[in-house]
Every structure is written in C-alpha cells, then in structure tokens.
Write a protein that binds this ligand. Structure first.
Ligand SMILES: [Zn+2]
Length: 278
C-alpha cells in the first residue's frame, strides 16, 4: 500500500489520485478531534481533497525521516481542511511538502541600519516559502492540540501568500471588503499585542503577536482546532473567518462524547510552543 500511495504522490506530480484505504483514513480522523467533528459528508469531501492533494504534490522526507502513508495522509488531511469549501486550486501555486523528523534550521540574513548583513540560524517547527515548498517538523505535527496546529498554520500562510508577502490579508471572495477585513484584523491584532505585552495569559498562542501574517496563521489554526477561543475573543474577526473559509467550526460543537474537550482553564500553551518559529 505504501508503495502504491507514495508512487502516486511522491514519484511524480499530477498522478491519478489513489484512494486512501478506509482503515488508514478512519484512524487518521479519529486521532484528530477537529476532523472527527466533521459530519459524514464533510469527511467524505475532505478525503477526496486529501487524495487529490497527495496526487498533486510531491512529498519529501528530510533529515532522515522515512515517509509513511500515515504521515502523508495526516498532513494532507489537516492541510486540506482550510480549503474544504474553497477548493484545491487555492494550493495550486506550489508543488511540494518537505517533512523533517524534528525542528529544523533555516539560515537567515538580515541587514542592520548601517547596511551590514548579519547571518544567523533560526530553528523552526514549520516554514512556508512563497512559491516554494511547505516544510514541517513531524514532531511538531504530532503536538497538534486545541489551538496549536503547525500544519494548518503553514497552509494558512500559503493562502495568505497568494497575494504576495504574508500580511494577514488573503485574497478575499467577491462581496468581501478588503478594507473592512484589514480594519477588523488590525483592531484585533493591536488588542492581542497589548494583551501579550502586558503578560496576560491568552487563549490564543502569543506567537500571533509576532506579525500580522503570523496573527492570521495562528488565528487560522485556532479557528479550526479551538474555535471558541477566536469566536469569544474576536467575534467580528471570527465572523470574517467564517465567510472566508466558508466554515463555522464552532457550530460543529458539541464534539463527540468519546472525544472529551479539554477544560477551559487548561488552555495554556505547552512549553514546546513557547519559542516556536513558523
Ligand atoms: Zn508562521
């Protein structure tokens, strides 16, 4: 099976989609409560999208990671959730996913005010290159939790990058006003930065205060995996996300009884994400 699936998805792009075996699909969904909360029709649509995504993109294991069907299906299923009601063409302008076993190092360059270029290494859990690959740390993918999802985070960056550098303003649908989006996003971002600067414990990952582009990516992963946090913190922005993603994750509640939700008071970001870069 692994050879058939990986041959379809890894050895050549634009292969004919191969069906994800039902047991593998069911175990993937069962391990991710925000996917298990989808209704039967939505899960069927997501499976078809994931199959098409696997056939369309190249997957590469790096740093010694040996890809398995389970890894590729998990990434495809989570990554396709944001475009469940948008369509796979939103991911058409890039070709591949690279997965490391753990955090990876990105060489960076930055010029100071005198023009001197400084080089340094940045450790990251994920990275989305404009027009290039999407890079993930598998260890961080496995840390998926309410409000933390590096896969959705990076895929949201890809949506944002469809109109240049990620700035929190993806291409909006007809009838959506960009000025209004920016106004609502900026107000929420300023409020969020003030809360983080004041040392307030936030429901949303403080990493979102890094930049408006990161705010959009962090809010997107929270929107899909811990929607109440976005809805209750920034209702106007939540309403815009519902229109943009054409999904209302908070309306999927209650989650199945077999998937108990974490107590609200326990929504403290794990230490592992305190220093994340993605
Ligand atoms: Zn990011």
């Amino acid at each position: 099976m692994i050879h058939r699936l990986l041959a379809a998805l890894g050895l050549g792009r634009n292969a004919r989609p191969a069906a994800i075996p039902e047991p593998l699909w069911r175990s993937t969904v069962a391990g991710l409560p925000f996917l298990a909360a989808l209704n039967r029709e939505e899960q069927g649509n997501l499976k078809q999208l994931a199959e098409a995504f696997l056939a369309d993109k190249s997957f590469t294991g790096a740093g010694g990671l040996v890809l398995t069907d389970a890894i590729c299906v998990s990434v495809a299923a989570q990554g396709c959730l944001p475009v469940l009601n948008l369509g796979l063409h939103w991911y058409k302008d890039w070709s591949g996913v690279v997965i490391y076993p753990d955090e990876f190092v990105i060489p960076r360059q930055i010029a100071d005010e005198t023009g001197v270029v400084h080089e340094y290494d940045e450790v990251a859990a994920g990275e989305a290159w404009s027009g290039g690959p999407l890079i993930l740390s598998w260890r961080d993918v496995l840390l998926a939790d309410e409000g933390y999802n590096v896969v959705i985070h990076e895929f949201a960056h890809k949506l944002d990058m469809r109109e240049g550098e990620p700035d929190g303003v993806p291409p909006l649908h007809p009838g959506m006003n960009q000025e209004h989006w920016i106004e609502v996003l900026d107000a929420a971002y300023e409020d969020f930065c003030a809360r983080v600067d004041a040392g307030e414990e936030t429901w949303i990952d403080p990493y979102g205060a890094e930049h408006p582009g990161e705010f959009f990516a962090v809010l997107s992963e929270t929107f899909f995996t811990f929607p109440e946090a976005v809805r209750d913190s920034y209702p106007a922005l939540y309403a815009l996300f519902v229109r943009f993603y054409r999904q209302d994750p908070a309306a999927r509640l209650p989650y199945p009884p077999a998937l108990p939700r974490r107590a609200a008071t326990a929504a403290v970001p794990p230490a592992s994400r305190a220093s994340r870069t993605c």
